[in-house]
Design a protein around this ligand. Structure first.
Ligand code: SAH
Ligand code: SF4
Ligand code: F3S
Length: 492
């Protein structure tokens, strides 16, 4: 999960794409919306759906904040100063709004996402420039909220209405356009939202609410729509994605393993991924899906946070380091080429040097292809925020550096081990230089290939010829697959 990203959800959701058959509201045509996204992939997905929801109102997306009639900050509250960053951004937007007003243009400003949920009315109070504040589970009502704000109301909506949102997401008129961050051939699909785990450091159960799973039919319909638009890879999203237990067409609650089997059968979808998983919810069926389904990519983000049993307990992660080792062994048994990625927190209250050594030892023993690591940041309202024995900033810095150096070394070794081998790459977009295209390996690294743009959207067999810190270089080779345990379908 990225620390903070900042992108426009701008990939122009043209009217007629998401808003088929719906006429713009009278007098509203031609308005532009700019969404700035912070936080996790689910916020990226949500930003795009917000734009989609506004199409019937005559809005289209813009990449230029200066041109926008509606500016939405889709915020994240996961680590420190998130709220402060939002307020300073709002200070900049106040000036922009004033400058646009001078040339006779009205600008509306909205704050969405997890800071909106956590701060609610406080935002409107501290930053009167804001016209509407709405939590992550209310954006399906955005057209109505915008209309109310235009009429002069200061709108604050932070109800948890997740079922209504999922129903809205599943109506064909709000069908997601293939605008996932990785390009039109790869898209995100939210299957589950919210969290019941209450790790003591984490704000997500408070900002996203209780766990809710989407039903199988809704998910399959969305996957089919994406596939029909040329999407070949889908990443299923959930705060706790492997706790997903949606109702199947047979009336039973399915698990994620079963869902992956169903989605593997969707014509045109060749690659499936999911994120983010909790170790407690890796059940037998899901582990078997990694072994049995060639569509499930051999890459798993499985955060452990700490390698110390004492700290894992204090974090309320509800498993031990040995549980994690055993789990990894079981998954790797069925899928030996699995690449693992992880999240770590250093400096949780009470973390001693010995605890940190346990984390370093866990990393040594497991071996990760990549990892995100963070200094502990007390979040208001979480149990961790009231714990004593704070770890000094300097110690956290040292631990973070040491941990990141080890992970970087492992990442380098993993990438190096691929040089000279062959694999399949899903070609996603133009490359860095003319005559190059960029795709993704099964293990999620970006791969630069000397090849023609006509290959975008194809899965091609390549030989890895070199590597950089975060990406690989490759040349095309003939034929099917190159030694993956599970060959992927390759189009010549
Ligand atoms: N649902 C996912 C993680 C969601 S948050 C899971 O259970 O693993 C993404 C990552 O942010 C977490 O894995 C954790 O490493 C980090 N994080 C969350 N809260 C944090 C905090 N208070 N301080 C520092 N890092 C935090
Ligand atoms: Fe946060 Fe824990 Fe839930 Fe992940 S499982 S979202 S870390 S409370
Ligand atoms: Fe951030 Fe909310 Fe996602 S706090 S990480 S945007 S769930």
């Amino acid at each position: 999960m990225s620390d903070e990203i900042s992108i426009a959800a701008g990939n122009a959701t043209a009217p007629g794409q998401a808003g088929e058959g719906v006429s713009p509201a009278p007098g509203a045509a031609g308005r532009k919306v700019f969404v700035k996204t912070y936080g996790c992939q689910m916020n990226v997905y949500d930003s795009e759906r917000m734009t989609d929801a506004l199409v019937p109102q005559g809005f289209s997306a813009t990449d230029s904040v200066e041109d926008a009639d509606l500016i939405i900050l889709n915020t994240c509250h996961i680590r420190e100063k998130a709220a402060e960053k939002v307020y300073s951004e709002l200070g900049r937007l106040r000036k922009l709004k004033a400058a646009r007003a001078e040339s006779g243009k009205q600008t509306m400003i909205g704050v969405a996402g997890c800071v909106a949920q956590a701060e609610g009315e406080e935002i409107a109070r501290r930053a009167p420039v804001v016209d509407l504040v709405f939590g992550p589970q209310t954006y399906h009502r955005l057209p109505e909220l915008v209309t109310r704000a235009r009429a002069g109301e200061s709108v604050v909506e932070t109800e948890f209405e997740i079922e209504a949102k999922f129903r809205h997401l599943s109506t064909p008129s709000s069908a997601p356009a293939p605008t996932g961050r990785r390009g039109p051939v790869s898209a995100f699909l939210t299957v589950q939202e919210g969290c019941d785990k209450f790790c003591t450091f984490c704000v997500v159960p408070y900002t996203r609410g209780a766990e809710v799973s989407r039903d199988v039919d809704q998910i399959v319909a969305e996957a089919e729509r994406l596939a029909a638009r040329g999407v070949r890879e889908v990443t299923l999203l959930g705060q706790n994605v492997n706790a997903w237990h949606g109702e199947g067409p047979d009336g039973r609650a399915w698990g994620l393993g079963e869902l992956l089997h169903r989605l593997a059968g969707v014509e045109g979808l060749d690659r499936l991924r999911y994120t983010t998983s909790h170790p407690r919810d890796m059940d037998d069926a899901l582990i078997a899906a990694h072994r049995d389904l060639p569509e499930v990519m051999p890459y798993l983000h499985l955060p452990v946070q700490s390698g110390s049993d004492r700290i894992l307990k204090a974090m309320n992660r509800r498993h031990t380091r040995d549980d994690y080792f055993r789990l990894i062994d079981r998954i790797r048994e069925g899928r030996p080429d699995l690449a693992l990625s992880c999240d770590f927190i250093v400096g949780f209250p009470g973390e001693t040097d010995a605890d940190f050594r346990d984390t370093m030892d866990l990393i040594e023993r497991v071996g990760f292809a990549s990892a995100f690591s963070f200094k502990y940041s007390p979040r208001p309202g979480t149990p961790g925020a009231t714990m004593d024995a704070h770890v000094p900033e300097a110690v956290m810095n040292e631990r973070l550096q040491e941990l990141q150096a080890l992970v970087a070394q492992q990442q380098k070794a993993f990438n190096e081990s691929l040089v000279g081998t062959s694999c399949d790459v899903l070609v996603e977009k133009r490359g860095r230089n003319p005559g190059q295209v960029t795709g993704r390996s099964p293990w999620l690294q970006p791969v630069q290939i000397d090849a023609d743009e006509s290959l975008i959207g194809e899965i091609v067999a390549v030989e890895i010829t070199g590597r950089e810190a975060n990406s690989l270089f490759a040349r095309r080779v003939a034929g099917q697959d190159g030694g993956q345990a599970h060959p992927q379908r390759v189009r010549a």
